[in-house]
Design a protein around this ligand. Structure first.
Ligand code: AMP
Length: 225
């Protein structure tokens, strides 16, 4: 796609948004904007936002809308977003979705309309996916010890670095995150479903198949360029 424009990847934690967003980023050369990654970066750097966010993230709760929206507004100002970008893990509440609608209404002449795709996975698969997830701390490549293991146990195929498990991927926290998702984020999907530029893909398929479906749906939603 020549100009991907703004794209939302929606779906529960663990459906594969991060994996697919990274593939789209490589294919289309537009940035992935993961609010979770930006927050984790703030936590690592010990910023004021990071200190506030850490306690909530450790419990699997959401960071307040105002903080996240301000963070997103700042990210969208960066120069790499002009051809488009892929939101991953944002918006997570109706309030965030409404803020984004207002943001786009104001920027209407400067940007293509937003297109949104939900990746669907059954509840039964999610727990295994999240608790099995491991990430390379150097290149951010995502693995899964059950479904997509690295060649050598615990070691990144690309960087050779020791893979890490996110603290919030431990089972007790995963359950809290799923609850937050059901209560707060599931309505966001209904918000976008009611709009025109929306599609869903089956995330139970293998990663390449999900990617192919995603590219096809996004292309269809964006229309001829
Ligand atoms: P993720 O990496 O997207 O699963 O996000 C990890 C954690 O960061 C979440 O469990 C929340 O605590 C926080 N977080 C990420 N994105 C958002 C968001 N859009 N709104 C509120 N909290 C968020």
């Amino acid at each position: 796609m020549q100009t991907p424009g703004p794209i939302l990847l929606l779906g529960a934690p663990g459906v594969g948004k991060g994996t697919q967003a990274r593939r789209l980023m490589d294919a289309w050369h537009v940035p992935q904007i993961s609010t979770g990654d930006i927050l984790r970066d703030n936590v690592a750097r010990g910023t004021e936002l990071g200190v506030t966010a850490k306690a909530l993230m450790d419990r699997g709760e959401l960071v307040p809308d105002g903080l996240v929206n301000t963070m997103v507004a700042a990210r969208l100002e960066e120069g790499d977003t002009h051809r488009g970008y892929i939101f991953d893990g944002y918006p997570r509440t109706l309030e965030q979705a409404r803020w984004l609608d207002r943001h786009f209404a104001e920027a209407a002449e400067r940007t293509l309309p937003l297109i949104a795709v939900t990746i669907r996975v059954s509840d039964a698969s999610l727990l295994r996916r999240l608790t099995g997830r491991r990430t390379c701390p150097v290149c951010r490549q995502i693995y899964n010890i059950y479904t997509q293991p690295p060649t050598q146990d615990g070691i990144c195929d690309v960087e050779g670095a020791a893979l890490v498990q996110r603290d919030d991927d431990k089972e007790a926290i995963v359950i809290e995150r799923m609850k937050a998702y059901e209560q707060l984020t599931a309505p966001v999907i209904e918000h976008y479903r009611a709009q025109q530029r929306y599609a869903e893909v089956d995330g139970e398929q293998d990663v390449d198949r999900v990617f192919a479906d995603l590219v096809a749906e996004l292309g269809r939603l964006r229309g001829p360029q």
